[in-house]
Design a protein around this ligand. Structure first.
Ligand code: COA
Length: 326
């Protein structure tokens, strides 16, 4: 059986750093409040680079690390809720810039679980025998979707991109088990509107419509802790191994306290949970790719290491992937 294995990672973050003290100049908040409630100390905010620019840079680095020519890519999937435009997709823009002339390309929306959904999709394409080499990207410029006067949301998010090159292997390595879920009954927990319906049959709303993220923070918190705990259990069960066999858990980077609670409720030492949210905040579909690339740069992952990637986000969506590192 063919397996999908990760052969390269890349990430890209805008240079512009916005610290919690900088935030306190924009809204009534403090470094103490943000750091103690979330663990976030600073985030990157684009000064003009679009989602496709961040995605391209992360993708270029991932291909370099994988030592793969863009012309050998069969498919590009970009997970994003902040595309430059509805069409062309971010993936098509990146496909052209990379010169990936053979590749099909599409964007995928599963909010902060986007990279997990994209990896699962890539894995299925590879296991079916349809494709050999797939570029998966999570890229966001959430800064354009924030209400910068709402302190309960604007302090949480940042911009960034992470990318992975996934390829077919005959060895039983790489993506070992996958679990995806969605629960539309909780859709009001996290919302970001698109263009409202307006046509000759619908009365137009007055004014310019600027969609922004709204959130039921405490509900999302509980959903996140439950999702991480349940998904870890399920992917371990599917792979027929235990938490002791896992070196690291890389969850979506939203809040230190969410991860702390999830570690406690799953009985797994907090030290196994990788975290970099203090520096980047929540970059939605990008967090797990950025984290993985940072772990590779720091030489934290060796051949045979088993790790679990877990995402949760708007929709509500959630999912996990158990990976044996190549
Ligand atoms: N600075 C200072 N005070 C703030 C603040 C900020 N940035 N944001 C909110 N507050 C205030 C509130 O106005 C409220 O004040 P009040 O008691 O006078 O009404 C108080 O702090 C408590 O607000 P609350 O919303 O109950 O705080 P909380 O303990 O639930 O923490 C979050 C808020 C957002 C940090 C927390 O709910 C959370 O992390 N949820 C998950 C969010 C998330 O991860 N979303 C993305 C998922 S993909």
């Amino acid at each position: 059986m063919r397996h999908a294995t990760i052969i390269g990672t890349g990430s890209y973050l805008p240079d512009n750093i916005l610290t919690n003290d900088d935030m306190a100049k924009l809204v009534e908040t403090s470094d103490e409040w943000i750091a103690s409630r979330t663990g976030i100390k600073e985030r990157r905010i684009s000064k003009g680079e679009k989602t496709s620019d961040l995605a391209y840079e992360a993708a270029r680095k991932a291909l370099q690390n994988a030592k793969l020519d863009a012309k050998d890519l069969d498919l590009i999937i970009c997970a994003t809720i902040t595309p430059d435009s509805f069409m062309p997709s971010v993936s098509c823009i990146v496909q052209e810039r990379l010169g990936a002339s053979k590749a099909a390309a599409f964007d995928l929306t599963a909010a902060c679980t986007g990279l997990i959904y994209a990896m699962a999709t890539a894995s299925a394409f590879i296991e079916s025998g349809m494709y050999q080499n797939i570029l998966v990207i999570g890229a966001e410029t959430l800064s354009k979707t924030l209400d910068w006067t709402d302190r309960s949301t604007c302090v949480l998010f940042g911009d960034g991109a992470g990318a992975l090159v996934i390829t077919a292997s005959e060895q039983k390595k790489g993506i070992i088990s996958v679990n995806l879920l969605s629960d539309g009954s909780k859709q009001e927990y996290l919302c970001l509107s698109a263009i409202p319906l307006s046509n000759p049959f619908v009365i137009k709303e007055d004014g310019i419509f600027q969609p922004t993220i709204s959130m039921k923070g405490q509900e999302v918190f509980k959903f996140a802790v439950r999702s991480i705990t349940d998904h870890i259990k399920t992917v371990l069960l599917k792979a027929a191994i235990t938490a002791e066999d896992i070196k690291y858990i890389v969850t979506h980077q939203a809040n230190y306290r969410i991860i702390e609670h999830a570690a406690k409720s799953s009985g797994i030492p907090l030290e196994k949970f990788f975290m970099n949210l203090d520096r980047y905040g929540n970059t939605s579909a990008a967090t797990i790719g950025i984290a993985l690339d940072e772990m590779v740069q720091k030489d934290m992952l060796q051949t045979g290491d088993r790790i679990i990637l877990v995402g949760f986000g708007g929709g509500m969506t959630s999912g996990a992937i158990l990976v044996e590192w190549n």
